[in-house]
Write a protein that binds this ligand. Structure first.
Ligand code: ADP
Ligand code: MG
Length: 519
């Protein structure tokens, strides 16, 4: 870096009138010397991969995506969870940082999940990578300090939630840096029909313009062709300038099976037989359930059978969950009964089977969950135990994940007009007021989460007093939107029913669903 600066001075001097013009050979020598020094400083992606991550080679389409990104072209990446999407923007960030430039370029990562971004940043920092995050978990002092550091050019990778763009101070900070790359992680959150919808992802076009049209990479594990198109148009890009990478979807070592079952005894037999297939191997298995109540009844039955297993679900406290996750990661021959709360950060190579004892809500979730099997490339099986009566559970989930306009109106009224009571007596009091007495009915949580995402309320996720900060979003009280959203969720569930009844190639079915040709 220092030598380069010296050379820059020499260049500048040559351009000045005071110095006599150098003869040509001298000039060419200087250019050659400068280029050779640059070459030494700029590391290629493979060396950066080895240096920072310790990996010897790229996986699947990673290298092509990284090269395209470095050359300044946009990409949409569809790759199953755990395949390594993050490297597709982390490596370009390191590459840009290794090039010698007067202003340090910044890679900005939009990520909707606070916990996930914190884990990622911690892992990057442990590898000596100058990464950081800004989100609502930071107190004011820390946040302001971080803003100052970013302005001064301290980091090459910055993770934020999309909502951050609502804050003018943040926009001021960004204006001081060159945003070389914008990475939009979990890009399916753009889809307003899904549960993961983040209203601020709809503003990506505007965000990109504000950042002066940076190279953009959008990444997701699953997106149907409609959602893919939606992502591209929300980014404000023409389909011709963004390349789609979907190669990672095929997992030939996963044997896809469906078993039609009539009762719990049949399910239990299937679980026992899957467990027995682990004997004499160091492999592991996961059985997924939709309801904690059902999971527990199966756990009880397995205990009676002396089949050792772990139990993991969202009602366990975070400490317990972490402990169980660690236990799973370090034990061999382990069986775990889990709800979909289990999975994030599960990166165990030798999961020999993923069984679904109840039908999940969509092909997207199913594909995500079975994707945890066979990461080591060895044969593994994924079996859906299909019983028509389980559909009712999912239909109920759809209702609870989509509160109707009247429910939203009532929740918002309470927060706007009786916020002191809500603060004093808590969410359970509010639930009772709303007559949502069923213990498992999570409509209130859905409504509060969504109102917060729209910026209509604040405080819910941080566990602070909830208060109104805006007006009731029109979209949430639009009856037509509500009906379409419910219909869309039901269609997604029906696709899984079709999958269960599909008698031909199930791999082909999945590829068709995601609009990716089977090679
Ligand atoms: P995704 O975002 O697609 O779910 P991650 O980016 O979190 O996946 O990566 C999952 C795991 O794969 C991480 O532990 C990561 O270190 C590992 N990984 C990614 N790329 C490679 C590679 N080329 N070689 C070895 N391991 C890799
Ligand atoms: Mg990821």
């Amino acid at each position: 870096m220092q030598v380069n600066r010296v050379l820059l001075c020499i260049d500048r001097k040559h351009g000045s009138r005071e110095t006599a013009a150098p003869d040509l050979s001298n000039f060419l020598f200087l250019i050659a010397a400068k280029n050779s020094l640059r070459k030494k400083q700029v590391m290629n992606p493979s060396s950066l991969l080895k240096k920072y991550f310790g990996f010897d080679s790229f996986r699947g389409p990673q290298e092509a995506i990284i090269e395209r990104t470095i050359s300044g072209q946009h990409s949409l990446v569809l790759m199953p969870t755990g395949m390594g999407k993050s490297l597709c923007y982390q490596l370009p960030a390191l590459y840009f940082d290794s090039t010698d430039q007067p202003n340090r370029p910044l890679t900005l990562v939009l990520s909707p999940l606070i916990a996930l971004m914190q884990d990622q940043v911690a892992s990057l920092r442990s590898r000596n990578i100058a990464a950081t995050f800004i989100n609502s978990s930071l107190d004011r002092k820390t946040r302001e300090k971080r803003y100052r550091e970013i302005k001064q050019g301290e980091y090459c990778l910055l993770y934020v939630t999309p909502e951050r763009f609502r804050k003018p101070e943040f926009l001021d900070v960004l204006a001081k840096r060159e945003i070389r790359l914008l990475a939009v992680d979990e890009a399916h959150c753009i889809s307003q029909w899904g549960h993961d919808f983040r209203p601020d992802y709809s503003r990506l076009d505007e965000i990109r313009k504000r950042l002066r049209d940076p190279t953009t990479i959008a990444l997701t594990a699953t997106a149907t062709p409609n959602v893919q198109d939606d992502i591209v148009s929300r980014l404000g890009l023409l389909p011709g300038v963004i390349k789609k990478y979907c190669e990672g979807i095929d997992r030939p070592n996963l044997k896809l099976e469906v078993s039609h079952v009539w009762d719990d005894d049949e399910k239990l037999m299937e679980i026992r037989s899957a467990y027995n297939s682990l004997v004499d191997t160091s492999g592991n298995g996961i059985v997924y359930f939709s309801l904690i109540r059902i999971l527990e009844s199966f756990s009880e039955a397995l205990r009676k059978d002396s089949i050792p297993h772990l139990v993991y679900h969202g009602d366990l406290n975070p400490r317990n969950r972490k402990m169980l996750q660690q236990q799973f990661m370090t034990t061999t021959g382990c069986l775990v009964l889990a709800t979909n709360a289990f999975g994030m950060g599960i990166d165990k190579e030798d999961i020999r089977f993923v069984l679904h004892a109840e039908i999940p809500g969509s092909m997207e979730s199913y594909y995500q969950e079975i994707g945890r099997a066979g990461r080591d490339g060895r044969d593994s099986f994924c079996k859906l135990l299909y019983s028509q009566s389980d559909l009712e559970t999912q239909m109920e989930f759809i209702r609870w994940s989509n509160p109707d306009p009247e429910f939203y109106t009532r929740v918002f009224d309470f927060i706007e007009n009786e916020s002191e009571q809500v603060t004093a007596f808590g969410i359970d009091w509010l639930r009772e007021k709303l007559h949502a007495k069923n213990k498992h009915d999570f409509r209130l949580e859905t409504a509060l989460g969504m109102l917060e995402r729209f910026g209509a309320i604040e405080g819910y996720r941080e566990g602070l007093p909830i208060h109104a900060t805006g007006s009731l979003p029109e979209l949430l009280v639009d009856c037509d939107f509500f009906e379409r959203k419910i219909r869309y969720a039901r269609e997604k569930l029906m696709a899984l029913v079709r999958y269960a009844n599909h008698t031909e190639d199930r791999r082909e079915f999945i590829h068709d669903y995601f609009g990716v040709p089977l090679k």
